[in-house]
Design a protein around this ligand. Structure first.
Ligand SMILES: [Zn+2]
Length: 350
Protein backbone atom coordinates (compact mmCIF):
# COMPACT_ATOMS: atom_id res chain seq x y z
CA UNK A 1 0.00 0.00 0.00
CA UNK A 2 1.06 3.55 -0.72
CA UNK A 3 0.46 5.95 2.14
CA UNK A 4 1.50 9.11 0.34
CA UNK A 5 -2.01 10.59 0.52
CA UNK A 6 -2.22 9.78 4.24
CA UNK A 7 1.14 11.44 4.79
CA UNK A 8 0.06 14.61 2.99
CA UNK A 9 -3.21 14.71 4.92
CA UNK A 10 -1.47 14.26 8.28
CA UNK A 11 1.14 16.91 7.57
CA UNK A 12 -1.41 19.55 6.59
CA UNK A 13 -2.34 22.00 9.36
CA UNK A 14 -6.01 22.29 10.35
CA UNK A 15 -7.46 22.83 13.82
CA UNK A 16 -11.20 23.00 14.62
CA UNK A 17 -12.58 26.03 12.79
CA UNK A 18 -9.54 26.31 10.49
CA UNK A 19 -9.77 23.24 8.30
CA UNK A 20 -9.44 25.11 4.98
CA UNK A 21 -6.07 23.67 3.96
CA UNK A 22 -7.15 20.12 4.69
CA UNK A 23 -10.39 20.71 2.82
CA UNK A 24 -8.53 22.07 -0.21
CA UNK A 25 -6.38 18.95 -0.28
CA UNK A 26 -9.45 16.71 -0.02
CA UNK A 27 -11.21 18.63 -2.79
CA UNK A 28 -8.28 17.93 -5.08
CA UNK A 29 -8.03 14.27 -4.13
CA UNK A 30 -11.70 13.40 -4.62
CA UNK A 31 -11.97 14.84 -8.14
CA UNK A 32 -13.91 12.42 -10.31
CA UNK A 33 -15.00 10.16 -7.44
CA UNK A 34 -18.31 11.90 -6.73
CA UNK A 35 -21.23 13.30 -8.73
CA UNK A 36 -21.44 16.50 -6.74
CA UNK A 37 -19.63 18.27 -3.93
CA UNK A 38 -20.42 21.28 -1.83
CA UNK A 39 -19.01 23.13 1.14
CA UNK A 40 -21.62 23.82 3.80
CA UNK A 41 -21.79 27.09 5.79
CA UNK A 42 -19.71 25.65 8.63
CA UNK A 43 -17.00 24.50 6.24
CA UNK A 44 -17.60 20.77 5.95
CA UNK A 45 -16.98 19.31 2.51
CA UNK A 46 -19.96 17.15 1.51
CA UNK A 47 -19.55 14.86 -1.50
CA UNK A 48 -22.33 12.77 -3.01
CA UNK A 49 -22.10 9.70 -5.20
CA UNK A 50 -25.33 8.55 -6.84
CA UNK A 51 -26.27 4.86 -6.85
CA UNK A 52 -24.79 2.95 -9.77
CA UNK A 53 -27.31 0.16 -9.62
CA UNK A 54 -30.85 1.28 -8.92
CA UNK A 55 -33.45 -0.90 -7.31
CA UNK A 56 -36.61 -0.55 -9.40
CA UNK A 57 -39.27 1.69 -7.89
CA UNK A 58 -37.38 2.01 -4.64
CA UNK A 59 -35.84 5.08 -3.16
CA UNK A 60 -32.12 4.47 -2.70
CA UNK A 61 -30.84 4.18 0.86
CA UNK A 62 -28.81 7.25 1.73
CA UNK A 63 -25.61 6.53 3.64
CA UNK A 64 -23.64 9.30 5.29
CA UNK A 65 -19.99 8.60 6.02
CA UNK A 66 -18.36 11.12 8.34
CA UNK A 67 -14.61 11.73 8.55
CA UNK A 68 -13.53 14.78 10.48
CA UNK A 69 -10.87 17.06 9.02
CA UNK A 70 -9.80 18.88 12.17
CA UNK A 71 -6.89 17.96 14.41
CA UNK A 72 -6.41 19.07 18.00
CA UNK A 73 -4.38 22.27 18.24
CA UNK A 74 -4.37 25.73 19.73
CA UNK A 75 -5.35 29.32 19.12
CA UNK A 76 -3.06 32.17 20.14
CA UNK A 77 -4.78 33.96 23.03
CA UNK A 78 -2.08 36.42 24.12
CA UNK A 79 1.19 37.83 22.81
CA UNK A 80 3.41 39.24 25.54
CA UNK A 81 6.02 42.03 25.55
CA UNK A 82 8.86 39.58 24.90
CA UNK A 83 7.06 38.05 21.95
CA UNK A 84 6.06 34.82 23.66
CA UNK A 85 2.72 33.39 22.50
CA UNK A 86 0.20 32.09 25.03
CA UNK A 87 -2.36 29.65 23.77
CA UNK A 88 -5.80 28.19 24.25
CA UNK A 89 -6.44 24.55 23.31
CA UNK A 90 -8.95 23.56 20.62
CA UNK A 91 -9.53 19.91 21.48
CA UNK A 92 -8.46 17.62 24.28
CA UNK A 93 -4.75 17.75 25.11
CA UNK A 94 -3.06 15.96 27.97
CA UNK A 95 -0.48 18.51 29.21
CA UNK A 96 1.91 15.66 29.98
CA UNK A 97 2.36 15.29 26.21
CA UNK A 98 3.05 18.96 25.54
CA UNK A 99 6.55 19.37 26.91
CA UNK A 100 9.32 20.41 24.50
CA UNK A 101 7.24 20.19 21.34
CA UNK A 102 7.99 21.71 17.99
CA UNK A 103 4.99 23.60 16.64
CA UNK A 104 3.91 25.63 13.63
CA UNK A 105 2.04 28.89 14.03
CA UNK A 106 -0.13 29.62 11.00
CA UNK A 107 -0.53 33.36 10.37
CA UNK A 108 -1.57 35.69 7.57
CA UNK A 109 2.13 36.47 7.13
CA UNK A 110 3.19 32.86 6.75
CA UNK A 111 3.84 29.75 8.82
CA UNK A 112 6.39 30.08 11.60
CA UNK A 113 8.11 27.22 13.35
CA UNK A 114 8.56 27.49 17.09
CA UNK A 115 8.83 25.52 20.30
CA UNK A 116 6.29 24.84 23.01
CA UNK A 117 7.21 24.59 26.70
CA UNK A 118 5.61 25.35 30.05
CA UNK A 119 6.78 28.33 32.03
CA UNK A 120 9.33 27.28 34.68
CA UNK A 121 12.95 26.43 35.31
CA UNK A 122 15.08 23.84 33.50
CA UNK A 123 16.13 20.71 35.40
CA UNK A 124 19.48 22.14 36.51
CA UNK A 125 17.90 24.72 38.76
CA UNK A 126 14.45 23.31 39.59
CA UNK A 127 13.43 21.73 42.88
CA UNK A 128 12.10 18.18 43.25
CA UNK A 129 8.55 19.52 43.74
CA UNK A 130 8.77 21.73 40.63
CA UNK A 131 9.90 18.77 38.55
CA UNK A 132 6.97 16.50 39.47
CA UNK A 133 4.15 19.02 39.00
CA UNK A 134 2.27 18.82 35.70
CA UNK A 135 1.34 22.31 34.47
CA UNK A 136 -2.05 23.10 32.94
CA UNK A 137 -2.25 23.92 29.21
CA UNK A 138 -2.64 27.61 30.12
CA UNK A 139 0.92 27.57 31.48
CA UNK A 140 2.47 26.62 28.14
CA UNK A 141 3.85 29.24 25.77
CA UNK A 142 5.44 29.31 22.33
CA UNK A 143 8.87 30.74 21.59
CA UNK A 144 9.29 31.60 17.91
CA UNK A 145 12.93 32.57 18.31
CA UNK A 146 12.27 35.89 16.64
CA UNK A 147 12.50 39.50 17.61
CA UNK A 148 9.52 40.49 19.80
CA UNK A 149 8.63 43.40 17.51
CA UNK A 150 8.56 41.10 14.49
CA UNK A 151 6.41 38.56 16.35
CA UNK A 152 3.97 41.26 17.41
CA UNK A 153 3.77 42.53 13.85
CA UNK A 154 3.23 39.15 12.20
CA UNK A 155 1.25 37.12 14.72
CA UNK A 156 -2.17 38.13 15.92
CA UNK A 157 -4.53 36.78 18.52
CA UNK A 158 -6.59 34.04 16.92
CA UNK A 159 -3.83 32.64 14.72
CA UNK A 160 -3.70 28.88 15.06
CA UNK A 161 -1.07 26.40 16.12
CA UNK A 162 -0.44 22.76 15.29
CA UNK A 163 2.21 20.26 16.29
CA UNK A 164 5.11 19.94 13.89
CA UNK A 165 6.08 16.32 13.40
CA UNK A 166 6.64 14.42 10.17
CA UNK A 167 4.70 11.30 9.20
CA UNK A 168 6.81 8.14 9.37
CA UNK A 169 6.37 4.51 8.35
CA UNK A 170 7.78 1.42 10.04
CA UNK A 171 7.42 -2.07 8.56
CA UNK A 172 4.14 -2.59 10.45
CA UNK A 173 2.85 0.85 11.39
CA UNK A 174 2.26 4.43 10.37
CA UNK A 175 3.09 7.11 12.96
CA UNK A 176 2.08 10.75 12.87
CA UNK A 177 0.33 13.65 14.47
CA UNK A 178 -3.29 14.00 13.31
CA UNK A 179 -3.85 10.36 12.34
CA UNK A 180 -6.95 11.30 14.33
CA UNK A 181 -8.61 11.82 11.96
CA UNK A 182 -6.79 12.12 8.63
CA UNK A 183 -6.76 8.33 8.78
CA UNK A 184 -10.54 8.53 8.29
CA UNK A 185 -10.32 10.93 5.36
CA UNK A 186 -7.81 8.62 3.72
CA UNK A 187 -10.04 5.60 4.44
CA UNK A 188 -13.15 7.25 2.99
CA UNK A 189 -11.34 8.39 -0.15
CA UNK A 190 -9.66 5.02 -0.74
CA UNK A 191 -12.87 3.07 -0.09
CA UNK A 192 -14.85 5.18 -2.57
CA UNK A 193 -12.00 4.89 -5.07
CA UNK A 194 -12.19 1.11 -4.71
CA UNK A 195 -15.95 1.22 -5.13
CA UNK A 196 -15.68 3.40 -8.24
CA UNK A 197 -13.53 0.72 -9.86
CA UNK A 198 -15.67 -2.25 -8.86
CA UNK A 199 -17.93 -3.70 -11.53
CA UNK A 200 -20.81 -4.50 -9.17
CA UNK A 201 -21.24 -0.88 -8.03
CA UNK A 202 -23.55 0.20 -5.24
CA UNK A 203 -27.29 0.58 -4.73
CA UNK A 204 -27.05 3.21 -2.00
CA UNK A 205 -26.56 6.93 -2.42
CA UNK A 206 -23.23 7.57 -0.75
CA UNK A 207 -22.55 10.88 0.93
CA UNK A 208 -19.14 11.49 2.44
CA UNK A 209 -18.92 14.43 4.80
CA UNK A 210 -15.43 15.64 5.60
CA UNK A 211 -16.54 17.44 8.71
CA UNK A 212 -15.26 20.38 10.73
CA UNK A 213 -14.97 20.88 14.48
CA UNK A 214 -15.35 17.29 15.65
CA UNK A 215 -12.71 17.66 18.34
CA UNK A 216 -14.71 20.40 20.08
CA UNK A 217 -17.98 18.43 20.15
CA UNK A 218 -19.11 16.95 16.81
CA UNK A 219 -20.24 20.40 15.70
CA UNK A 220 -19.76 20.15 11.94
CA UNK A 221 -21.26 16.66 11.74
CA UNK A 222 -24.42 17.84 13.43
CA UNK A 223 -25.09 20.43 10.73
CA UNK A 224 -23.99 18.18 7.86
CA UNK A 225 -26.18 15.34 9.13
CA UNK A 226 -29.26 17.53 9.49
CA UNK A 227 -28.84 18.69 5.90
CA UNK A 228 -28.27 15.17 4.60
CA UNK A 229 -31.17 13.31 6.23
CA UNK A 230 -29.39 9.99 5.87
CA UNK A 231 -30.93 6.59 6.58
CA UNK A 232 -27.63 5.17 7.77
CA UNK A 233 -24.60 6.88 9.27
CA UNK A 234 -21.05 5.57 9.46
CA UNK A 235 -18.61 7.33 11.77
CA UNK A 236 -15.02 6.82 10.73
CA UNK A 237 -12.60 7.61 13.50
CA UNK A 238 -9.63 6.26 15.38
CA UNK A 239 -10.48 3.67 18.00
CA UNK A 240 -8.30 3.24 21.08
CA UNK A 241 -5.66 0.54 21.16
CA UNK A 242 -4.41 0.48 24.75
CA UNK A 243 -2.45 -2.71 24.10
CA UNK A 244 0.77 -1.21 25.41
CA UNK A 245 2.75 -1.45 28.68
CA UNK A 246 1.15 -0.03 31.80
CA UNK A 247 -2.47 -0.71 30.84
CA UNK A 248 -4.30 -3.83 32.08
CA UNK A 249 -5.47 -6.12 29.29
CA UNK A 250 -9.11 -5.67 30.36
CA UNK A 251 -8.81 -1.98 29.49
CA UNK A 252 -7.21 -2.37 26.08
CA UNK A 253 -10.43 -1.50 24.15
CA UNK A 254 -8.89 -2.87 20.95
CA UNK A 255 -5.67 -4.61 19.98
CA UNK A 256 -3.53 -3.75 17.00
CA UNK A 257 -3.14 -6.34 14.28
CA UNK A 258 -6.56 -7.92 14.87
CA UNK A 259 -8.28 -5.83 12.20
CA UNK A 260 -10.71 -2.95 11.99
CA UNK A 261 -12.60 -2.19 15.21
CA UNK A 262 -16.37 -2.23 14.98
CA UNK A 263 -17.55 0.17 17.67
CA UNK A 264 -20.44 -1.09 19.78
CA UNK A 265 -20.62 1.72 22.33
CA UNK A 266 -18.74 4.92 23.11
CA UNK A 267 -19.81 7.99 25.04
CA UNK A 268 -21.44 9.62 22.00
CA UNK A 269 -23.58 6.72 20.80
CA UNK A 270 -24.55 3.07 20.81
CA UNK A 271 -24.28 1.49 17.38
CA UNK A 272 -27.39 0.04 15.78
CA UNK A 273 -27.32 -3.64 16.78
CA UNK A 274 -28.64 -4.94 13.46
CA UNK A 275 -26.12 -2.85 11.54
CA UNK A 276 -23.34 -4.25 13.72
CA UNK A 277 -24.52 -7.81 12.97
CA UNK A 278 -24.74 -7.04 9.26
CA UNK A 279 -21.29 -5.42 9.23
CA UNK A 280 -19.59 -8.25 11.12
CA UNK A 281 -21.26 -10.89 8.93
CA UNK A 282 -20.08 -9.01 5.87
CA UNK A 283 -16.54 -8.85 7.26
CA UNK A 284 -16.58 -12.61 7.87
CA UNK A 285 -17.90 -13.23 4.35
CA UNK A 286 -15.13 -11.12 2.81
CA UNK A 287 -12.50 -12.50 5.25
CA UNK A 288 -11.72 -9.02 6.57
CA UNK A 289 -10.09 -9.05 10.02
CA UNK A 290 -12.27 -7.24 12.52
CA UNK A 291 -12.84 -6.93 16.25
CA UNK A 292 -15.62 -5.54 18.40
CA UNK A 293 -14.82 -2.62 20.67
CA UNK A 294 -16.48 -0.81 23.54
CA UNK A 295 -14.93 2.56 24.34
CA UNK A 296 -15.85 3.81 27.82
CA UNK A 297 -14.95 7.41 27.01
CA UNK A 298 -14.69 9.33 23.76
CA UNK A 299 -17.06 10.04 20.91
CA UNK A 300 -17.13 10.49 17.17
CA UNK A 301 -19.28 12.08 14.48
CA UNK A 302 -21.82 9.26 14.15
CA UNK A 303 -23.06 10.29 17.60
CA UNK A 304 -24.33 13.48 15.95
CA UNK A 305 -25.65 11.71 12.83
CA UNK A 306 -27.67 9.28 14.90
CA UNK A 307 -29.62 12.10 16.53
CA UNK A 308 -29.95 14.35 13.47
CA UNK A 309 -33.27 15.12 11.80
CA UNK A 310 -35.60 12.19 12.27
CA UNK A 311 -32.73 9.93 13.32
CA UNK A 312 -30.45 7.50 11.53
CA UNK A 313 -29.14 4.01 12.13
CA UNK A 314 -25.46 4.34 12.88
CA UNK A 315 -22.24 2.47 13.31
CA UNK A 316 -18.63 3.53 13.84
CA UNK A 317 -15.52 1.93 12.38
CA UNK A 318 -11.82 2.54 12.69
CA UNK A 319 -8.43 1.05 13.43
CA UNK A 320 -7.25 0.78 17.03
CA UNK A 321 -4.79 3.62 17.53
CA UNK A 322 -2.00 3.86 20.08
CA UNK A 323 -0.90 7.05 21.88
CA UNK A 324 -3.97 8.95 20.80
CA UNK A 325 -3.95 12.77 20.88
CA UNK A 326 -0.16 12.86 20.81
CA UNK A 327 2.31 13.49 17.98
CA UNK A 328 3.11 9.77 18.05
CA UNK A 329 -0.32 8.41 17.12
CA UNK A 330 0.30 4.93 15.71
CA UNK A 331 -1.90 2.80 13.46
CA UNK A 332 -1.23 -0.73 12.28
CA UNK A 333 -1.11 -0.92 8.49
CA UNK A 334 -3.07 -4.18 8.35
CA UNK A 335 -5.83 -2.67 10.53
CA UNK A 336 -5.91 0.41 8.32
CA UNK A 337 -6.20 -1.69 5.18
CA UNK A 338 -8.96 -3.74 6.84
CA UNK A 339 -10.83 -0.50 7.57
CA UNK A 340 -10.71 0.51 3.90
CA UNK A 341 -11.80 -3.00 2.85
CA UNK A 342 -14.71 -3.17 5.26
CA UNK A 343 -15.96 0.31 4.47
CA UNK A 344 -15.87 -0.43 0.73
CA UNK A 345 -17.66 -3.74 1.25
CA UNK A 346 -20.29 -2.14 3.46
CA UNK A 347 -20.97 0.69 1.03
CA UNK A 348 -21.36 -1.83 -1.79
CA UNK A 349 -23.68 -3.97 0.31
CA UNK A 350 -26.09 -1.41 1.81
ZN1 LIG B 1 -11.26 11.83 16.01
Amino acid sequence: MNYDLLKRLCETAGVPGREERVRALAQKEIKGLFDSTRVDPMGSLVATRKPTRARKGERATRVLVAAHMDEIGFYVRHIDEQGFLWINPAGGFDPRNLFSRRVVVVTEHGDFKGVLNPGGKPIHISSEAERTKVPGTEEFFIDLGRDAAEVRKKVQIGDFVVMDEPFIETPLKVVSKALDNRMAMYTAIEAVRKLSKSRSGHAAEIVVAFTVQEEVGLRGAQVAANACAADIGIGLDVNLACDTPGIPDNQRVSKQGLGVAVMIQDSSMISDAELVRQTCALARRHKIDHQRAVLPRGGQDAGAIQRSGTGARCIALGPGTRYIHTVTEMVDKSDLNATVELLAALLADL
